[in-house]
Design a protein around this ligand. Structure first.
Ligand code: HEC
Length: 122
């Protein structure tokens, strides 16, 4: 009995560490928009693309539903990291590299990094 527990301990520790890393308790939404400047035109296109292609899984305000919350995550992931993920997808997140134009992907990045916050203040 004792030896079984000893053998299990490292596995349990690894599991606990893994869970701690997976659960993101940071309040990213409170960090506000990232510092890029986008034109009104890009922001408007981004809001449209987001509503049509992303809101169903990430919530209309980016607070998440089937997919994780996106609001404020521009402080967790770089522009390039987010761009790559949106283009290629990951697990249950579909890739949009083929379905959206480069202009639309750039616009939706503007929306998730900055636009969510503009919509909040209106
Ligand atoms: C079919 C549902 C679905 C749609 C549609 C969808 N996503 Fe996702 N998204 C997910 C899921 C699920 C994840 C988590 C992926 C994982 O577990 O690796 C995710 C992850 C992400 C992430 C990384 C979030 C993080 O904190 O790790 C970003 C950024 C993202 N999606 C942006 C978008 C954008 C932008 C669109 C629209 C162009 C979009 N998603 C459309 C389901 C979706």
């Amino acid at each position: 009995m004792r030896s079984t527990l000893f053998r299990l301990t490292p596995a349990l520790l690894a599991l606990a560490l893994c869970c701690a890393a997976c659960i993101d308790r940071t309040d990213w939404a409170s960090k506000g928009p990232t510092e890029e400047d986008y034109s009104q035109q890009v922001m408007a296109l981004g809001a449209d693309v987001y509503r049509d292609s992303c809101a169903a899984c990430h919530g209309s305000d980016g607070s998440g539903s089937f997919g994780p919350a996106l609001i404020g995550k521009g402080h967790k992931y770089s522009y390039e990291e987010q761009r790559r993920l949106i283009e290629r997808g990951r697990r249950s997140m579909p890739g949009f590299g083929a379905g959206l134009s480069e202009e639309e992907i750039e616009a939706v990045l503007a929306h998730i990094r900055v636009g969510f916050f503009a919509a909040r203040n209106n």
